[in-house]
Design a protein around this ligand. Structure first.
Ligand code: 5GP
Ligand code: ZN
Length: 112
């Protein structure tokens, strides 16, 4: 359950993709279909299907994941940005390995 899954795209990208930022247990990559000038994805190495199951992270790892999201945005030069997690198909989730979108580089305020 905790190890990488061979059939999971993001488990593969955690190992193989070009990482724009890394920390112990986490990587950030550029989204292949960017919705903003800066569109990064934060991927935990731990495979958790969805944010619904965020309780599967040990508390320290969950805290470090949030800190890594903030650190990745700062690393990309962003001070103002949007963080999005799509949860389930009805929430727009298409890859079932928990991930955080960081969107910025343009005014993000017009739409939710
Ligand atoms: P979701 O819709 O699950 O919240 O987000 C999945 C995201 O993964 C989408 O924004 C999509 O563009 C991105 N994505 C899908 N396949 C790939 C890929 O092979 N490489 C990268 N870098 N991003 C991907
Ligand atoms: Zn996975």
């Amino acid at each position: 359950m905790r190890g990488p899954r061979d059939d999971c795209l993001f488990c593969t990208l955690v190992r193989d993709a070009d990482h724009v930022h890394t920390a112990d247990g986490f990587v950030a990559i550029a989204d292949i279909n960017p919705q903003a000038p800066v569109h990064l994805l934060v991927l935990p190495e731990r495979h958790v299907d969805t944010f619904r199951d965020v309780g599967e992270f040990p508390p320290d790892e969950a805290k470090r994941m949030l800190e890594f999201v903030a650190a990745t945005a700062a690393h990309a030069g962003l001070t103002d940005y949007r963080v999005v997690v799509n949860v389930g198909p009805g929430g727009g989730q298409t890859v079932f390995h928990l991930h955080w979108h960081i969107l910025g580089g343009r005014p993000m305020g017009e739409t939710l």
